[in-house]
Design a protein around this ligand. Structure first.
Ligand code: FAD
Ligand code: NAI
Length: 479
């Protein structure tokens, strides 16, 4: 007899594995299907999805290592510390990153055992529905098949890198995120197509390690999704660090030969250009992954961009079938996928969780970091809502000066009448942690005065948040 579960989750990324753990915590018999071995030497499926294997975690490990290298070679002098003979072992740096990934993915195996989640190794595909149960076929790496049934199926199959038709990715010379995390040496010249989150983070990693990095971007505006003031400051600081940008380009032929890569493109003025580089990263967004799911078997629909269609509760139009994370519309972020995983598990047992999508924070882990939550000034302006802003620089903060990390500022936007916080935008050291205060404030519908009145530790970077909130009412104390 085939195995039957209350919940079967397809995909063990941050959306899927968290959904499985939460469902099991709630007393539901739960299985999670995962087939991707990523770089596993034995070809066994690895848990954690894009995030742990080829996304958030490895990129942040490389960002940390490259930050230390740049400090040692360029920035420690101002502290009176001289480092002689600093050298770089790329193989060791990448091995450290791999060690962290191994530890994290292994940790999920442990969590599955602890929470009694059954791991079904292989790729899942829908077979059909009978008597209120959905059947899913799992095919393992040796081609062995098993069909399980479930009262509820959660599709959490994530996303994959979008490629361009004229650019063949081999993940050796021309790389998407997977190859770009595993270079065996620092390229002398690195080209990047796409000045989005991956282009900026991985471009920064290899620049800090010594590559000359040029980023080609199709849009005429830099970081269009960010608040305009933040984007302007970011571009200025990144260019000062040595990143080169060409905006408003149109990519033409990309040729690879023994000497490297030649990217033909047209710049914003319509002039033909060529970028010669040793390696090229293609980071032009990600696409939802529904490969091989056989959605037709149960009638689940995708929209014109390939995302699975769901309602506000992550339900598809088919009873008992849910979808979460990168495979559905919305920001492609690990914490968004996780929150949806928790919410769906809770909805299955009849609870009424709520996700406020306006309060999902964004972070770009460059140096300085960029983080925001809520609306940008540009969006609020267009909406016609009356607002006021307060801005405060890290330069006027003692802790930031002590850390030699005084670039950037915090900007708070609040409703002109009620003072409710509408958006908080940070470029500066520690922005990834500082933004959490703004998220809590917005979740509780706080006013800028609430943050301004709360005691913040001194000396700390969080005082910049408070001063920016005070500045909304034109009463910053240290400026
Ligand atoms: P995924 O993590 O993509 O997981 C889906 C899983 O489903 C995969 O393991 C896949 O193998 C599996 N799967 C697919 N089809 C099947 C099938 N048929 N059967 C069984 N299994 C299947 N987000 C952040 O919030 N912060 C960051 O710092 C960050 N950094 C990133 C850096 C990079 C380089 C990249 C590429 C992404 C980054 N992201 C970051 C985005 C983040 O990784 C994704 O938003 C997140 O992983 C989405 O989670 P998910 O569970 O929806 O899908
Ligand atoms: P992205 O959407 O952030 O940026 C892609 C960029 O490529 C855009 O600026 C776009 O205009 C540009 N582009 C698209 N087509 C182009 C073309 N033909 N020529 C030149 N430029 C072109 O996508 P990215 O960087 O690939 O990352 C994918 C997603 O992964 C992100 O949107 C984000 O959701 C997630 N991610 C999150 C991170 C974080 O939270 N810190 C880090 C890395 C990725």
């Amino acid at each position: 007899m085939s195995q039957s579960f209350d919940v079967v989750v397809i995909g063990a990324g941050p959306g899927g594995y968290i959904a499985a753990i939460r469902a099991a915590q709630l007393g539901l018999s739960t299985a999670c299907i995962e087939g991707n071995p990523y770089d596993d030497p034995k070809g066994e499926p690895r848990l954690g999805g894009t995030c742990l294997n080829v996304g958030c975690i490895p990129s942040k490990a490389l960002l940390a290592s490259s930050h230390h290298y740049e400090d040692a070679t360029q920035h420690l002098g101002e502290h009176g510390i001289t480092v002689k003979g600093a050298s770089l072992d790329v193989a060791k740096l990448v091995a450290r990153k791999n060690g962290i990934v191994d530890k994290m993915t292994g940790g999920i195996q442990y969590l599955f055992k602890k929470n009694k989640v059954t791991l079904l190794k292989g790729y899942g595909a829908f077979v059909g529905q009978t008597d209120g149960l959905t059947q899913v076929k799992i095919t393992d790496k040796d081609g062995k098949e098993e069909v399980v049934s479930a009262k509820n199926v959660i599709i959490a199959t994530g996303s994959k890198a979008r490629h361009l038709p004229m650019v063949a990715v081999d993940n050796k010379i021309v790389c998407d995120n997977e190859g770009a995390l595993n270079f065996d040496a620092v390229p002398k010249k690195l080209g990047v197509i796409g000045a989005g989150v991956i282009g900026l983070e991985l471009g920064s990693v290899w620049r800090r390690l010594g590559a000359e990095v040029t980023i080609l971007e199709a849009m005429p505006a830099f970081l269009g999704a960010a608040d305009g003031a933040i984007a302007k400051e970011a571009k200025k600081l990144f260019e000062k660090q040595g990143l080169k940008f060409d905006l408003g380009v149109s990519i033409g032929d990309v040729k690879v030969d023994k000497k490297g890569v030649k990217v033909a493109y047209t710049n914003a003025k319509g002039e033909a250009q060529t970028l010669d580089c040793d390696k090229l990263i293609v980071s032009v967004g990600r696409v939802p992954n529904t490969d091989g799911l056989n959605l037709e078997a149960i009638g689940v629909k995708t929209n014109e961009r390939g995302f699975i269609e769901v309602n506000h509760d992550c339900q598809t139009a088919v009873a008992g079938v849910w979808a979460i994370g990168d495979v559905i519309p919305g920001p492609m972020l690990a914490h968004k996928a996780e929150d949806e995983g928790v919410a769906v598990a809770e909805r299955i047992v009849g609870q009424k969780p709520h996700i406020d999508y306006n309060c999902i924070p964004w972070v770009i882990y460059t140096s300085p970091e960029i983080a925001w939550v809520g609306q940008t000034e540009e969006v609020i302006k267009v909406s016609g809502r009356a607002y006021k802003t307060g801005q405060f620089p890290f330069m006027a903060n003692g802790r930031a000066l002590g850390m030699a990390s005084a670039d950037g500022f915090v900007k708070v936007i609040a409703d002109a009448t009620t003072d409710e916080i509408l958006g908080v935008h940070i470029i500066g050291a520690g922005a990834s942690d500082l933004i959490a205060e703004a998220v809590v404030a917005m979740e509780f519908k706080a006013s800028s005065e609430d943050i301004a009145r709360i005691c913040h530790p001194h000396p700390s970077l969080s005082e910049v948040m408070r001063e920016a909130a005070l500045a909304v009412d034109k009463r910053a104390l240290n400026m």
